[in-house]
Ligand binder design. Structure first.
Ligand code: DAH
Length: 341
């Protein structure tokens, strides 16, 4: 093959813009390999007269150098192009607006529970748990409400079978704890949790709700400590300048029993729509643990006494944050939740 023609072909082939690494290395094998035209020319030289050898040798070597350089240049070009393509594909546009990370918020009921837990843990209480499918025994009988007792009518209950029910009050945990503690250990617990009643749902009633139960049993606890404890709770939840008042009431598991009102935090006692003109808002039930309950649960009422209280977390949340419909607490509407970040 004519040397000049070969040179043109090598140039044209190596400068082809469509080459990739694979086809490029095939080209190198084709022109520079052992069976390629350049090698062939070098071998053929032995048949030439000696004086022509150097001249031709120089030309063929120049051609070999050219092919090698073209190969290297093209290889570099292809590799750089690949890197550039990758970089432009992966380019990060730092001027784009960031993606908003959706930060959750604590549900208002959880917030209330955590606030009450915090307060009572700080006063040496232990947080207890109990089952929501409860035995009639703990929900009623150990709490001085035997079968057929009229007080059962106060709590319309979902029964699972004759002996089991969805607990109608977290007070069930009182009996469980006293029995667990065995009649000779001091008790100081709160128990937040769900309770269930066959109520028709409306703005202020829900068949499923949340109570926080409190129980203290020891040898010298008095009603004064109950009042002090509830005052601290009312101030913590509704503001430092709150006061409470106690009204006599009836619960089978306490004697005496009281209902507790907090001074209205909206009108400060003058009377408004929230307190229905009385200046006071009812927040919970409480009392001194009934001797029958202590006795049934293994504590000697001549030695031990106790106080107990039960407060609705929904009621606290609604009063505190001006929530008008209890059902909105279970609707999972993020617009409500987001307000409590
Ligand atoms: N369990 C009562 C209820 O659901 C509330 C209650 C009242 C709990 C007095 C108590 C208590 O522990 O002493 O209506």
């Amino acid at each position: 093959m004519e040397l000049e023609e070969l040179r043109q072909r090598i140039k044209k082939d190596f400068e082809n813009t469509k080459l990739n690494l694979q086809t490029l290395s095939e080209l190198r094998a084709q022109y520079l390999g052992k069976k390629g035209p350049i090698q062939e020319m070098l071998l053929d030289m032995k048949n030439l007269p000696n004086e022509e050898k150097p001249k031709l040798g120089e030309k063929v070597n120049a051609l070999k150098t050219l092919a090698t350089e073209l190969f290297e240049a093209k290889k570099k070009e292809i590799e750089e192009r690949a890197i550039e393509e990758q970089l432009s594909k992966e380019k990060v546009d730092v001027t784009l607006p960031g993606k908003e990370i959706n930060q959750g918020s604590i549900h208002v009921l959880t917030k209330v529970i955590e606030e009450v837990e915090d307060l009572f843990i700080g006063m040496g209480y232990e947080v207890k748990d109990g089952p929501e499918v409860e035995q009639d025994l703990y929900n009623f009988q150990y709490l001085n409400i035997p079968k057929g007792h009229p007080a059962r009518a106060m709590q319309d209950t979902f029964y699972v079978d004759v002996d089991r029910l969805l607990r109608s009050q977290t007070s069930a945990v009182q009996a469980r704890t006293m029995l667990e503690f065995g009649g000779n250990k001091d008790v100081r617990i709160i128990c937040p949790g769900r309770a269930y009643r066959r109520d028709d749902d409306d703005a202020t009633h829900s068949h499923e709700f949340t109570q926080i139960e409190g129980l203290v049993v020891n040898k010298d606890v008095t009603m004064a400590e109950l009042k002090g404890t509830l005052t601290i709770m009312a101030k913590r939840l509704f503001g430092e300048d709150r006061e409470i008042r106690l009204r006599p009431s009836y619960f089978p598991f306490t004697e005496p029993s009281i209902e507790v009102d907090v001074s209205c935090f909206k009108c400060h006692g003058k009377g408004c729509g929230l307190c229905k003109g009385t200046g006071w808002i009812e927040i919970l039930g409480a009392g001194m643990v009934n001797n029958n309950v202590l006795e049934m649960c293994g504590y000697d009422p001549k030695v031990y006494q106790g106080f107990a209280f039960g407060v609705g977390a929904e009621r606290i949340a609604m009063l505190k944050y001006g929530i008008e419909d209890i059902r909105s607490l279970y609707a999972n509407d993020l617009r409500q939740n987001k307000q409590f970040k």
